[in-house]
Design a protein around this ligand. Structure first.
Ligand SMILES: O=C[C@H](O)COP(=O)(O)O
Length: 246
């Protein structure tokens, strides 16, 4: 089956009201490939103004969410609060939250289960470090992350997977098309263990120094269904990445 191409823009902890307004204005006036699903993720403070001014066919994602309905969880945001502001997605398990903020596979998996069960789309991130790749452990690392997620029995129909080799994030060192395709194929094969339907329908994105120069070749790979873009999503060339599949 044809999986709809998906491009996510992860602004991370970058931007100001005016710079994000510029990004929104540029997206609103640009001609975008209607066959591509686009989701952008500004910092939490800017979620609502982004949602209110952005063209409706582009959805907005948080960069994190908590797995309780509400309560004494200082600094956290709930699924219901996001949905209250028409925020329909969240990124979870980004390597920066796993490595810098110490989110374990189990924390990421329980958040993903809670978010999908409560109607939020989840861009679920996985990936290996340079040391793990050089030791030949890439697939085993990602399999461990996926196994942790499977144990929670999430709503797979609400999940988009983002494979992001940590050594390619923010480094300008993009994975080769073969490296990326090999891991995406391994993820697709792993998904068959959930079901053929899940394997056929789950989009698997590549993230890690994607830009307007390398997106075309990557997008031609059979098991690459889109991108999760960091730095380049803050620039006008993000539109070229969205349209690279044409
Ligand atoms: O979430 C996005 C990824 O971390 C990739 O970031 P990057 O495109 O700046 O390498």
């Amino acid at each position: 089956m044809a999986r709809k191409f998906f491009v996510g823009g992860n602004f991370k902890m970058n931007g100001t009201l005016s710079s994000i307004k510029e990004i929104v204005d540029n997206l609103n006036k640009s001609e975008l490939d209607s066959n591509v699903e686009v989701v952008i993720s500004p910092p939490s403070l800017y979620l609502l103004p982004t949602r209110e001014h952005l063209r409706k066919e582009i959805e907005v994602a948080a960069q994190n969410v908590y797995d309780k309905p509400n309560g004494a969880f200082t600094g956290e945001i709930s699924v219901s609060q996001l949905k209250d502001s028409n925020i329909t997605w969240t990124i979870l398990g980004h390597s920066e939250r796993r490595t810098i903020l110490g989110e374990s596979d189990e924390v990421v998996s329980t958040k993903t289960k809670y978010a999908t069960d409560n109607g939020l789309g989840v861009i679920w991130c996985c990936g290996e470090s340079l040391e793990e790749r050089e030791a030949g452990n890439t697939i085993s690392v990602i399999t461990k992350q996926l196994d942790s997620l499977k144990a929670q029995n999430p709503d797979w129909s609400k999940i988009v997977i983002a494979y992001e080799p940590i050594w390619a994030i923010g480094t300008g060192k993009v994975a080769t098309t073969q490296q990326a395709q090999d891991v995406h194929k391994a993820i697709r094969d792993w998904l068959k263990g959930v079901s053929d339907k899940v394997s056929d329908e789950t989009r698997v994105l590549y993230g890690g120094s994607v830009n307007e120069s390398n997106c075309g070749e990557l997008s031609k790979q059979p098991d690459i269904d889109g991108f999760l873009v960091g730095g380049a999503s803050l620039k006008p060339a993000f539109v070229k990445i969205i349209n690279c599949h044409q």
